[in-house]
Structure formats: structure tokens, C-alpha cells
Design a protein around this ligand. Structure first.
Ligand code: NAG
Ligand code: NAG
Ligand code: NAG
Length: 330
């Protein structure tokens, strides 16, 4: 299923240089301990106040803006728990219990069997999501606590079966890096399209600033996931189906559940869907002008519930989403 992929090339090169070059400083040569060795020394830079480029969370968005942003909070809880657990085996209850705010623990989240590079990146994503939760909750203090999430591998397996048809063995999202990345392909992109869709509805400057900042990082996560998978696009996941095929099938499922037509695209597409109709490689999804696609809240919930119906909870959200918009559908 999983095989070592070219993403390791820079690491191996570095190890090689370290092995040959006796004059290299020790921190560089400890790069196989991926997390700490690469970090610069802690210094005054960490003590400085936030730069003018930072978003400083504070209350002050309209009720309508709050409603729109809280749609996304449902997804941010999902991402934070999935990434934190996948990388570390623990979630918000360990890293930021105040953000869980007494909401129920996720069902079935677990540590994934990841290679070092993937684990390192997913751990970063997990902490990024903690920041997103904090930014949202400090902007909207009345935000709801953690929602009930179902992250059991069976839920991912059911989604994969809906996308791919019956598999010889149920898909295990946590079994290896490739599976985990495919499961991750299910997630930030949906949030991203929701942020694009929410943006034109926003009224306050603060809400626009927050959503642009969240969109930027969600898009970045999606791009990293897609790039890692793109490197593996021709590898076989199951008999007769490559990584590229699987992403295309997942995207088709999301288009179907959302009832949107094409707003989701796999890693390799018919050339007419590639950028400028000139390429079938599709490392990033975008419309005819390579501008990000938008989804409405109803479309988002249809997908993440896995039911194609925003009034029928299921999938990752057995009790449905929270917030005025999600609850208005239930
Ligand atoms: C992965 O990380 C562990 C622990 O930091 C280390 O012992 C191991 O050598 C690393 N593996 C690779 C392939 O870099
Ligand atoms: C922020 O902007 C103000 C003026 O607009 C400037 O005086 C200040 O130095 C800036 N602060 C930082 C941390 O860049
Ligand atoms: C969606 O689910 C609700 C509640 O179960 C149901 O009343 C409604 O008919 C469903 N809509 C569609 C389009 O299936």
C-alpha cells in the first residue's frame, strides 16, 4: 500500500552531507530528529508583541458575520482533533482543553502510523488548527464548545466505500502515511471552499480579516496535502486504483453530495479542467480562471455529514453541526 516516496529526497541528501562533511555543525546533522533539530534557537524574537500584520482577535463582528464564521468552527474542531490525534495520539483535551470548553471528546480518533516527515507536517497542522480555534473563539466569545465528532476509521472507510465502491479490505485512514493523507484530502479543502463562499457575505472589517487569514492557512494545508499526494499520484492504493484515481473519486463524491456540479477536482483531471486547459496535472483545484471554488453552508454540511442532506446528520458529525446556520437545517 504505502511505499517510500520522493518526499524524503531532501532529508536523505542532508543526511548524506552530514555523513561526509565532518565540519558541519551538530544541529544540522541531527536533522533526522525532524522536529527539534531544524528549529532555530529560541530568543527574544518570541517575546516581541505581535506585528502589525497579525490578526488580533477581539469581539466586534456583526451577528450575521458570527453566524457565518461559526459554520467554519464546526470544521476547525474536526481538523484540530484529526490532525492532533493523527500526529500525537492526543487532542484538544491535552493541548488546549479551554478551547474544547467541555464539549464531548471525539469518538475513535487515534494516532496514525506516519513516517517522520508526514507526522511532522501533520503535527504542525494540528497546532495551526488550535490557533484557528482560538482566533475564532476570541472573536466570537459566545461560540459553542467542541461538537461531537466521530473520527473512527469506520467513518473514513464508509466515505471511501461511497467514493470508490466496495474494497477488498475496509480503508484504514490511520494505517500509513498515504492513507492518512488521502483521509486528510477529505478535509481542509471543504473548509477552504466554505471560507471562499462565506467571504462575500461578510460585513465587518474584522470578520473579513479573520476569514482571509483562516482561508490563507487552510489553503496552504490543502496545498501541502495535495503536493505530497501528487508526488505519489501513480502509486497504487488498491487493485487498479492509483492515488490520482482515488482523489478524483473522492472529489466526484463531494460534488455529488454537495449537489454543486464541479467545485472539487482530483490531482489529475481531463485537460479541459486543468489550468488554462493546458495541463491535466492538477496540484491545486480552481475554476476556469484558477480562482478558488466556493461552497454554501448547506453544501458543506451535506458533504461532511456524508448524507447529501444538510438536514440529516451523520458521518463525522453524528449529532450534526452547531451554530445558528447548522441548527437551522436540523
Ligand atoms: C524518525 O524519527 C525517529 C525519532 O526521532 C528516528 O529515530 C528515526 O531515525 C527517524 N527516521 C527517519 C527515516 O528519519
Ligand atoms: C505598527 O504600526 C505603527 C504605525 O502604524 C508603528 O508605529 C509600529 O512600530 C508598528 N509596530 C510593529 C510591531 O511593526
Ligand atoms: C433531508 O432530510 C430531511 C430530514 O430527514 C427530510 O425531511 C428531507 O426530505 C431530506 N431532503 C432530501 C432532499 O432528501
Amino acid at each position: 500500500m504505502h511505499s517510500r516516496s520522493p518526499q524524503f529526497a531532501p532529508l536523505f541528501l542532508l543526511l548524506l552531507i552530514c555523513a561526509v562533511g565532518a565540519s558541519w555543525s551538530p544541529p544540522l546533522c541531527k536533522a533526522n530528529e525532524y522536529d527539534e533539530a531544524m528549529a532555530p534557537q529560541q530568543g527574544d524574537v518570541c517575546q516581541e508583541p505581535p506585528s502589525n500584520g497579525s490578526y488580533i482577535p477581539a469581539p466586534g463582528v456583526t451577528d450575521s458575520d458570527a453566524d457565518n464564521i461559526l459554520v467554519a468552527l464546526n470544521l476547525e474542531y474536526l481538523e484540530s482533533e484529526f490532525f492532533l490525534f493523527g500526529a500525537t495520539g492526543a487532542g484538544l483535551d491535552r493541548f488546549a482543553p479551554e478551547l474544547a470548553a467541555g464539549g464531548p471528546a471525539p469518538i475513535g480518533a487515534q494516532k496514525a502510523n506516519l513516517d517522520n516527515l508526514t507526522r511532522d507536517i501533520i503535527e504542525q497542522f494540528g497546532y495551526q488548527e488550535v490557533g484557528h480555534l482560538r482566533a475564532i473563539k476570541e472573536t466570537i466569545p459566545e461560540a459553542f464548545p467542541r461538537v461531537q465528532l466521530d473520527l473512527r476509521k469506520e467513518v473514513f472507510a464508509a466515505t471511501m466505500e461511497a467514493a470508490l465502491g466496495k474494497l477488498p479490505e475496509p480503508f484504514d485512514a490511520y494505517a500509513n502515511s498515504q492513507n492518512y493523507l488521502l483521509a486528510s484530502y477529505l478535509i481542509p479543502y471543504v473548509g477552504l471552499t466554505g471560507y471562499v463562499g462565506a467571504n462575500p457575505q461578510l460585513q465587518s472589517e474584522r470578520a473579513k480579516r479573520l476569514v482571509a487569514g483562516l482561508l490563507a492557512v487552510e489553503s496552504g494545508q490543502d496545498a501541502v496535502i495535495r503536493t505530497l499526494l501528487y508526488e505519489q499520484r501513480n502509486e497504487q492504493v488498491v487493485q487498479g486504483m492509483t492515488v490520482a484515481d482515488v482523489t478524483e473519486k473522492i472529489s466526484q463524491l463531494r460534488n455529488k453530495l454537495g449537489k454543486t456540479g464541479i467545485v472539487d477536482e482530483g490531482l489529475v483531471v481531463p485537460q479541459c479542467l486543468g489550468a488554462e486547459g493546458r495541463t491535466s496535472g492538477n496540484s491545486l483545484a480552481g475554476d476556469a480562471n484558477s480562482v478558488g471554488y466556493a461552497r454554501t453552508p448547506a453544501q458543506i454540511f451535506r458533504i461532511v455529514y456524508g448524507t447529501g442532506n444538510e438536514s440529516m446528520p451523520g458521518g463525522f458529525y453524528p449529532e450534526g453541526g452547531r451554530g445558528r446556520v447548522a441548527e437551522s437545517f436540523l
